[in-house]
Write a protein that binds this ligand. Structure first.
Ligand code: NAP
Length: 386
């Protein structure tokens, strides 16, 4: 039985992870859970999965949870320190990192530094501080297993092969909810429309990132740090059906891909149970019924955020963290109805242009770049609010 902690247990990845735990009672035991402010959902999860310790980042939500759970045998912590304490809970072997955004960096790094194996869904920390996370993982003998479906596909397609034989990694992208729209139509898109992802049901932030293609920009940076492959060997291909989750091309011309119906429980369970595979009993992928799969190149003119991901990686240092923070602020402002869809890229661009580059060798340097970029992006948002 593997003892696990889930950071972000109330979210889309968190609840899918708990669904797997529920379906395989002999396989996993939950030692700790964390969330942001959703005390009601966390209470339900505490009653069902009986973790020893939980944390909410919001202190008043944690106070409510303490009242709700009076009499239950669970320790309830709060704030960033509380999240890091749960992430490094002594009995845990594997931490599922599934907080959304840069808020996951500190607890995920705390888990790495306390020697936990990591199943990484929360891509933003890898974008902010990939070099540091990989150095710390090496130092503490930690393996980081990808959960993102594209990176899980690449991880699986690399198994049993040599890195020096790789010619290209090809990340597939569905294109998100707005792929068919013209530049003019994109300008007036509502958040409600942008949230209608064709293939995946995910949290709001990643769904907006999919619509702007910023998600793929973040994934290019994530792939670089996860697989130690240069940016020039990482490509993106639009594949609307989300059946081929990504591919690796080798120097002999072979391409190896991983396919499946879009269901995050497949990559989550692979990271949780590696190298074994759990009998999830999902519907089979019937290629004869699908009959046709389509592919095309990304359109950088309509969706310039993907290019920003490559650019940030080429520049390096604090630039990916800056891009990530500006995107979080801009995507949030769009979700709240303050700015236009096409303002998102403008805000990220301006924040990146205003940034003075530094190296990221420490957690503090990554957090300082994040703080600076959030403040800068907020000022651009305020100037734009319609
Ligand atoms: N969803 C997917 O299918 C998918 C696929 C690939 C990768 N990912 C990545 O996985 C991560 C999670 O995505 P998601 O879609 O599951 O997001 P989500 O549904 O929005 O869930 C986010 C989780 O993080 C918690 N949280 C939010 N802000 C927090 C903060 N400041 N401090 C601590 N916890 C906080 C939330 O708690 P509350 O409920 O209390 O707000 C919730 O538990 C993202 O990095 C995303 O890019 C997701």
């Amino acid at each position: 039985m593997k003892t696990i902690v889930i950071l972000g247990s109330t979210g889309s990845i968190g609840t899918s992870t708990l669904d797997i735990v529920d379906r395989f009672p002999g396989e996993f035991r939950v030692a700790g859970l964390t969330a942001g402010s959703n005390d009601e959902k966390l209470e339900e999860q505490i009653r069902k999965f009986k973790p020893r310790v939980v944390a909410l980042s919001d202190a008043s939500a944690a106070a409510r949870l303490r009242q709700r759970c009076a009499g239950l045998s669970v320790e309830i912590l709060d704030g960033p320190k509380g999240l890091s304490q749960v992430a490094s809970a002594t009995e845990a072997e594997l931490v599922i990192s599934a907080i959304v955004g840069g808020a996951g960096l500190v607890p995920t790094l705390a888990a790495i530094r306390s020697g936990k194996q990591i199943a990484l869904a929360n891509k933003e920390p890898m974008v902010m501080a990939g070099k540091l996370m990989q150095e710390e993982a090496r130092k503490h003998g930690v393996r980081i297993f990808p959960v993102d479906s594209e990176h899980s596909a690449i991880f699986q397609s690399l198994e049993g092969h040599r890195k020096e034989d790789v010619r290209r990694l090809i990340l597939t992208a569905s294109g998100g909810a707005l792929w068919p729209l013209t530049k003019e139509e994109l300008r007036d898109v509502t958040a409600e429309r942008a949230l209608q992802h064709p293939n995946w049901k995910m949290g709001a932030k990643i769904t907006i990132d999919s619509a702007t293609l910023m998600n793929k920009g973040l994934e290019v940076v994530e792939a670089h740090w996860l697989f130690d492959i240069p940016e020039s060997q990482i490509e993106v291909m639009i594949h609307r059906e989300s059946i081929i989750h990504s591919l690796v091309e080798y120097h002999d011309g072979s391409m190896i891909a991983q396919l499946g119906l879009p269901d995050m429980r497949t990559p989550i369970s692979y990271a949780m149970r590696y190298p074994g595979r759990l009998p999830l009993d999902l519907p089979s992928l019937e290629l004869t019924e699908i009959a046709k799969l389509t592919f095309c190149k990304p359109d950088h003119d309509r969706f310039p955020c993907l290019g920003l991901g490559y650019e940030s990686l080429r520049i390096g240092g604090t630039m990916p963290a800056t891009m990530n923070a500006a995107n979080e602020i801009a995507a949030d402002a769009f979700l709240k109805g303050g700015i236009r869809f096409t303002d998102i890229v403008e805000i990220i661009r301006r924040t990146m242009d205003a940034h003075s580059l530094k190296e990221v060798d420490t957690l503090e340097e990554a957090l300082e770049a994040d703080r600076w970029a959030r403040e800068k992006a907020e000022s651009f948002v305020s100037a734009l609010v319609h």
